[in-house]
Design a protein around this ligand. Structure first.
Ligand SMILES: *Cc1c(COP(=O)(O)O)cnc(C)c1O
Length: 390
């Protein structure tokens, strides 16, 4: 029998997806009105233990709105991670604001010590306003990403944000279901600790609506404003009065129908992903030159993506691993390129970038779908035990 293709991360739609979507079609509620949208918003807020949730078309539009409701304007700067998916940072540019790129630590999330050093040494703080000494611009906000389902150091981040009056936008697009097990934020979910958080339901995320996103917050004013801006900023429903520029970012009932069915299965997906992670970790850590990066031990991670670290002592390098696995029908991919190396960001401000460069060169993601079966994971491990140049 020929080996089947093992994808990196694909949807798992074996619950009530068909039933709910069929219901949406049968009742002819397929657009942005309809009961599933409100229901999905409510259930996500309930799941993440926060005051409310506002649906949107995808994670990217959610981040755009997140920045807007935090009051970021074209004259401001936003501190962002350098090692992440570019969709986390593009919305800063949609607004016309400028990013300041920050390094990661060994968890791949924002390095809090460097963040503190930047605020302390490169900026001035007067009248409740942090100003970047180099550009004289107002550093208004901080956008953190919970990479691969890990949790950024929110205690450290909120501490700095409070000290320097920074708004905090959490890009939790990869981390729905991740929460603290202990400490100051015990039981708090990724996305619900800062001013506003964003989840994504893109096809490669842990649960999917095809494309979709959710803005979550404990601040009712921000939630109200997010709903207003995602629905064309209609100040009067009947007479179509608009006092601001709004967006058509609301999720459709079809997407929400999928989302509800997926949310019902989320804890099960996390359980499967945890088991596969533990299997990979125990087997791969035994292979000289390889290891699986860990999730922090003070959190319950959603185990979204597995990061394989390839040391110099392994016989083939990152790109060779990707090619070799591809030849074995195993899909893998490098971690993203540094955002400051992408054309639209050339010349952007960067602050002491070191770790991000190292991890970029050494990490690849390996198959992690919630429908990955043990036999497939065993096959991936067997391949990694016999590296070849192809
Ligand atoms: C997936 C993702 C996004 C964007 O979400 P979409 O729903 O695809 O728009 C943003 N940031 C990060 C870190 C992501 O992984």
């Amino acid at each position: 029998m020929s080996q089947k293709f093992i994808p990196l991360s694909v949807p798992n739609l074996k619950g009530k997806e068909l039933e709910y979507v069929a219901h949406a079609v049968e009742t002819e509620w397929v657009s942005t009105g309809g009961p599933y949208v409100n229901d999905f918003e409510m259930k996500v807020a309930e799941y993440a233990h926060c005051k409310g949730a506002v649906s949107c078309q995808n994670g990217t539009s959610g981040l755009h709105i997140g920045l807007e409701v935090c009051g970021v304007t074209k004259d401001d700067e936003v501190i962002v991670p350098i090692l992440t998916f570019i969709a986390a940072v593009n919305p800063v540019k949609y607004i016309g604001a400028e990013p300041v790129f920050m390094d990661c630590d060994d968890s791949l999330t924002m390095d809090v010590a460097k963040l503190r050093a930047f605020c302390e040494n490169e900026c001035s703080f007067d009248d409740g306003k942090l100003t970047n000494n180099a550009t004289k611009k107002h550093v208004k906000a901080l956008l953190v990403v919970h990479i691969f389902g890990n949790m950024a150091d929110m205690e450290g981040i909120i501490d700095i944000a409070e000290k320097y009056n920074l708004r905090v936008i959490e890009d939790a697009t990869e981390a729905i279901g991740t929460y603290y097990l202990n400490g100051k934020y015990k039981d708090k979910h990724a996305g619900t600790i800062g001013d506003v958080g964003i989840y994504s339901f893109n096809g490669n995320k842990i649960i999917t609506t095809g494309g979709g996103g959710m803005i979550v917050s404990n601040n009712e004013e921000l939630l109200k404003r997010a709903k207003y801006l995602t629905t064309q900023a209609k100040s009067d429903e009947l007479y179509y009065t608009h006092d601001e520029i709004g967006y058509n970012y609301r999720m459709t009932n079809l997407q929400a129908a999928l989302g509800l069915a997926q949310l019902e299965q989320l804890e099960g997906f996390i359980q499967t992903k945890k088991e596969n992670y533990e299997f990979y970790k125990s087997e791969i850590d035994k292979i000289p030159g390889l290891r699986i990066l860990e999730f922090k031990d003070n959190i319950r991670s959603n185990y979204w993506f597995y990061a394989l670290y390839i040391d110099e002592s392994y016989s083939i390098n990152r790109d060779q691993v990707i090619q070799y696995l591809a030849s074995k029908k195993v899909q893998s991919r490098p971690i993203w390129g540094l955002i400051s190396d992408q054309k639209p960001y050339e010349g952007s401000q960067i602050f002491k970038i070191e770790k991000a460069k190292e991890y970029l060169e050494h990490v690849v993601n390996i198959p992690c779908s919630s429908n990955l079966i043990r036999e497939d994971a065993e096959y991936v491990v067997e391949c990694l035990k016999q590296p070849q140049v192809v």
